[in-house]
Design a protein around this ligand. Structure first.
Ligand code: ATP
Length: 278
């Protein structure tokens, strides 16, 4: 199914309860016989102040969904809103500003600048944008992430988990409406991964942030409030208050019994937050 962008406005929850939403979101790559329908008329609302995980088999459209919701990729059809702002149809310059001012990103590779210390990395996007950080908020983020005594360290002087926490602080620093995290624990050992998940959880619970995380790992998804399951470019299911075991079980249904993680990984991933300080 391929809805047109001229569909009537969606009748979803009030805008103040929804950080981002999409209606009939369709994304095709290529043309003619080689067309790949990465997203097939997806309707979704990301609830504000919640931690949402997006799971699904490889190629199911998780990254594409995130990129379209974040205005990093154009859509083939349908509409996307960030809060009240419809972002489909915005010009690249407007999108760049919207991403800079309203969205925080965390990727698998931390993208920290090696010559800058942790604090400089955290504030870099705001410095580039000519914005002054809200010092009280910044302090709260730094303390919540346990980075207070690491601020002068360069990335090479930090552990993988600490580097990812710096990337997390950088995403939080401008107090964005929405944080997108794409496999934020993908490059970390299980202990560091647990730390980052615990801090994302903390960002939601204590700082009131909204987080959307793409992951392959049922143990990581178990830290979220809601898991959206994608298959073949569609949201085929969702699960509130997920556990690693329940998510793993659900994933088996979509992947014909071969999820992309082992049961041991799934259970390890849910072992609870790691203790602070390396
Ligand atoms: N730039 C592109 N050009 C062509 N096809 C693409 C492009 N990006 C993604 N696709 C295709 O769109 C589909 C969805 O890709 P996407 O990366 O969103 O999946 P995913 O669920 O994030 O996968 P993974 O878990 O492997 O990262 C796949 O079939 C992929 O091959």
């Amino acid at each position: 199914m391929s809805p047109s962008a001229a569909q009537p406005a969606p009748d979803l929850a009030p805008a103040d309860g929804v950080a981002a939403r999409a209606r009939g979101l369709t994304k095709a790559y290529g043309s003619g016989e080689t067309t790949v329908l990465a997203l097939d008329s997806v309707d979704v609302g990301i609830v504000r102040g919640r931690f949402t995980a997006v799971m699904g088999p490889s190629g199911s459209g998780k990254s594409t969904l995130m990129h379209c919701l974040a205005g990093l990729d154009t859509v083939s059809a349908g509409q996307v809103w960030l809060g009240d702002t419809e972002i489909t149809g915005l010009k690249e310059r407007e999108l760049t500003r919207l991403r800079r001012d309203r969205i925080g990103f965390m990727f698998q590779s931390f993208n920290l600048i090696p010559t800058l210390n942790a604090l400089e990395n955290i504030t870099l996007p705001m410095d580039i944008a000519g914005q002054k950080p809200d010092q009280k908020w910044l302090d709260q983020v730094i303390d919540t992430l346990g980075l207070r005594n690491r601020l002068k360290h360069r990335p090479s002087q930090l552990s993988g988990g600490q580097q990812q926490r710096v990337a997390c602080a950088r995403a939080l620093a401008s107090r964005p409406e929405l944080i997108f995290a794409d496999e934020p624990t993908g490059n970390l050992d299980s202990r560091a991964g647990l730390e980052v998940l615990a801090f994302l959880r903390e960002a939601v619970d204590s700082l009131g942030q909204t987080v959307v995380m793409v992951t392959h790992d049922p143990g990581a998804a178990a830290h979220s409030d809601l898991v959206l399951f994608l298959a073949d470019g569609r949201i085929v299911d969702e699960m509130g208050q997920p556990t690693a075991e329940a998510v793993l079980e659900r994933m088996r249904l979509f992947t014909g019994g071969s999820p992309q993680v082992s049961d041991a990984d799934a259970v390890r991933g849910q072992a609870g937050p790691a203790t602070e300080e390396d």
